[in-house]
Design a protein around this ligand. Structure first.
Ligand code: ACO
Length: 345
């Protein structure tokens, strides 16, 4: 459908007089490490069972990066696959945005490392940090540069090596997370409305529901911080769960409202892959049919900023999404942060 023809939905960005410049995802790509860590293997590491993990989370296995495989390596592989799908060469890339809570180093940004690894020497590069919500935050930031005509081609990457910040002696958290990366190429395709709207939210008053206390300026690394295990992710699971469901439902509802859409108009809902029970509760409250929900967390666990990006790649490549379909992405993470986006594919 051309942006100038009459659509069956409202494009909220049209009020900004975008003069026909819409922003689409023209290619997706993902990469997960080869090593799968199953629930049965975790049974040998901590006091847990496959039955507990499966019934409480829906996760059966997760991927774990090799010792010498870093967030930037996974991000670069996902980016190369997405660029190939979009028919984009490294010299065409104007900007690289990497969403991650597990950068290779505190600085420089992982995006700069990726820029070098994919040979996108013309591109500007920076990281953003919105935890599991990072990919939607990244899409919204990236599309602004294209709408404003500052740039033509932007890579938005969600990439995580969460295995590096997991306390492998803590059964409350170590069973939940995995490693991986996903990338979307943003461009103006002209024949589609693309990213119709994105809702983003945050609540810093609940920052300590999900955080890593050590390693920043508040608590730099010291022998004491290491012995107190402050360089690992900590989470209040039950409280986080409650906020996740509420925030995801309200972000998704607001994004649909802005576009004059009902949930039944959506071909595929791609929620953050944290917990099957969260996904089902969000789906229920939105009134989505089970077959509208895309789920792959059984194979990857929670990969934070990479989660929705990897799921989007799988949904596209498995034929769940076709050009012209309306899709809904909805996320939640540390911060707290949340978001939702409606896209005409
Ligand atoms: N194996 C066996 N037992 C366990 C395990 C385990 N791996 N982990 C916890 N338990 C025990 C607990 O110790 C507790 O035992 P107790 O009753 O004797 O104290 C019992 O199981 C129940 O624990 P709960 O915390 O009540 O379990 P719950 O049903 O809430 O499930 C979970 C826990 C899976 C963590 C869930 O709360 C959840 O998914 N929370 C949200 C996670 C999330 O969405 N995070 C946001 C994004 S992440 C990001 O931004 C990086």
């Amino acid at each position: 459908m051309s942006p100038s023809s009459t659509p069956k939905f409202k494009n909220p960005r049209a009020r900004f007089n975008f003069q026909g410049r819409t922003v689409s995802i023209t290619g997706v790509g993902a990469y997960v490490p080869a090593k799968a860590l199953t629930n049965y293997e975790l049974e040998k590491m901590v006091d847990t069972t496959d039955e507990w993990i499966t019934t409480r989370t829906g996760i059966k296995e997760r991927r774990i990066a090799a010792k010498d495989e870093f967030t930037s390596d996974m991000a670069a592989k996902a980016a190369q696959r997405a660029m190939k799908a979009a028919g984009v060469t490294p010299d065409q890339v104007d900007l690289i945005i990497v969403a991650t809570i597990t950068p290779d180093m505190v600085f420089p940004s992982t995006a700069c490392v990726v820029q070098q690894k994919i040979g996108a020497t013309r591109a500007a590069a920076f990281d953003i940090e919105a935890a599991c919500s990072g990919f939607i935050y990244g899409l919204e930031i990236g599309q602004q540069f294209i709408m404003s005509r500052s740039y033509d081609t932007v890579l938005v990457i969600g990439a995580e090596k969460l295995s590096a910040i997991i306390d492998w002696t803590d059964r409350n958290t170590c069973v939940l997370f995995g490693d991986g990366a996903g990338c979307a190429v943003l461009q103006s395709r002209g024949k589609s409305h693309g990213l119709l709207t994105a809702v983003m939210g945050a609540d810093g008053s609940k920052a300590e529901l999900l955080y890593m206390p050590g390693g920043g300026s508040r608590c730099p690394a010291s022998s004491q911080s290491v012995s107190s295990r402050l360089h690992y992710l900590r989470m209040e699971g039950k409280e986080t769960f409650k906020h996740a469901v509420q925030a995801m439902v309200s972000a998704a509802t607001e994004s649909l409202r802005r576009c004059d859409l009902k949930i039944t108009d959506i071909k595929c809902v791609i929620p953050h892959q944290a917990n099957r029970r969260i996904i089902d509760a969000v789906g229920d409250r939105l009134g989505a049919r089970p077959d509208q929900l895309f789920v792959n967390l059984d194979r990857y666990g929670n990969t934070s900023a990479a989660s929705v990006a990897i799921a989007l790649d799988e949904a596209v490549n498995s034929g769940r999404i076709h050009r012209g379909d309306l899709i809904l992405l909805v996320v939640f993470g540390a911060g707290l942060t949340w978001g939702a986006a409606v896209i005409e594919w």
